[in-house]
Ligand binder design. Structure first.
Ligand SMILES: [Zn+2]
Length: 390
């Protein structure tokens, strides 16, 4: 396997929604610092991105919207398109910083498409809520959708997108809702209980794309074992059937128990287990090609840096054992910046990530979601929704 590509440059910290906004770029800085101090990035060249061009952004977004984003910092608050709201405040260099996030995911995609890397990771990406004509959910431009669109024009006819963020991956689903070449799968907290209120199992795709939009809405308080049970009951079979040429994953970590914006109850250990499963699925069903991006995650100190260090390590095949202690230098930096923070000691929450496979005859709260999702989409893929072997 060719060495994985890691995209990172401190200029990506410019995507900063300011003030007390939860989407704080310090989470990226602390992640890179932690990964570096643990040796995960030793000898790994960090690829520096360029901003996406207007032509690249127009793969997904309208001209009218691009103009609004460019003008917003000058125009004040009344520019529409979801800009200037509490979720999506206007900030200086908003267009440039947002285009750079897209450029960074495009660079990762390009490295894989050109055969220079089999896997690539961009923790600054994953802005999965941005829509064609508006900002949404802290996301200005949708790097996931632009990269998938680019892949479709550069040698890939079947792209699978798996979204593990606690929120529904609505922007990416919408962008490819009628495109049978893209299978989107989102696991998220049930839309009845969390913004953006979409992602029901009945949202399955339009026309020829029927069955290629997949949603697994999980009940609040779902823990590692339930999440992994649902994932394993749905995702591997669909990937085996769809045979993607590349797996694109949005790896939001706001599904953690301590995340302030949502109510799933996963652990850092659960996140680590998810990344290992995604890697295995990319190897088994996508020729090893895996493009991983970040996403949500608002426990800036205790969760995001550890979980995404595990992500970087997994992509690089340098898996970090859960019991590894956090490096004193990293702990010292955090203590100086946030003296009140309770800093974890190790790369684990001490959680047990073993889970029972669906179809074992036992009853789990996530089984309603599993059954509904399988019944909604499995028949379109020639799979039997009620047979656990499928
Ligand atoms: Zn999220």
């Amino acid at each position: 396997m060719r060495a994985p590509a890691v995209v990172w440059d401190s200029s990506l910290l410019g995507y900063d929604l300011g003030g007390e906004h939860p989407f704080n770029p310090v989470r990226l800085e602390l992640t890179i610092r932690l990964a570096t101090e643990l040796g995960v990035l030793d000898g790994v060249p960090l690829l520096v991105p360029d901003p996406a061009s207007d032509d690249e952004l127009r793969r997904i977004h309208t001209d009218e919207y691009l103009s609004a984003v460019k003008q917003a910092p000058l125009a004040g608050w009344d520019v529409g398109h979801g800009l200037g709201t509490e979720d999506n405040p206007v900030f200086s260099d908003m267009h440039e910083s947002s285009a750079l996030v897209v450029g960074s995911t495009l660079l990762a995609a390009r490295k894989i498409a050109e055969g220079e890397a089999t896997r690539a990771v961009n923790i600054a990406g994953g802005l999965h809520h941005a829509m064609k004509n508006n900002a949404s959910g802290f996301c200005v431009y949708n790097d996931c959708s632009v990269a998938i669109s680019w892949l479709l024009d550069n040698g890939f006819d079947r792209v699978a997108y798996v979204d593990t963020d606690v929120h529904h991956g609505d922007g990416v689903q919408t962008a490819f809702y009628d495109d049978p070449r893209v299978l989107t799968i989102s696991l998220h907290q049930h839309p009845f209980t969390l913004w953006p209120g979409t992602g029901y199992s009945g949202e399955t795709g339009d026309g020829a794309a029927e069955g290629t939009s997949v949603n697994i809405p999980l009940p609040p308080r779902t823990k590692d074992a339930g999440w992994l049970r649902a994932f394993s009951a749905v995702v591997p079979s669909l990937l085996a059937g769809f045979q993607p040429q590349i797996l694109v994953t949005q790896c939001g970590v706001d599904s953690h128990d301590e995340d302030p914006l949502a109510d799933l109850a996963l652990s850092v250990d659960g996140h680590r287990a998810i990344y290992r499963l995604l890697r295995e699925l990319a190897d088994t069903h996508a020729g090893g090609k895996w493009l991983a991006v970040g996403g949500g995650g608002y426990q800036l100190i205790r969760v995001v840096p550890r979980s995404w260090t595990h992500l970087l390590a997994t992509v690089l095949d340098r898996d970090v054992a859960p019991e590894i202690l956090l490096p004193p230098d990293w702990v010292g930096t955090v203590k100086r910046a946030a003296p009140q923070a309770e800093i974890p000691a190790a790369m684990t929450d001490g959680a047990d990530t073993t889970f029972k496979a669906w179809g074992d005859g036992e009853d789990d709260p996530v089984d309603i979601a599993i059954r509904d999702t399988r019944r909604a989409v499995f028949p379109s893929h020639g799979l039997d929704p009620d047979d656990p072997r499928d």
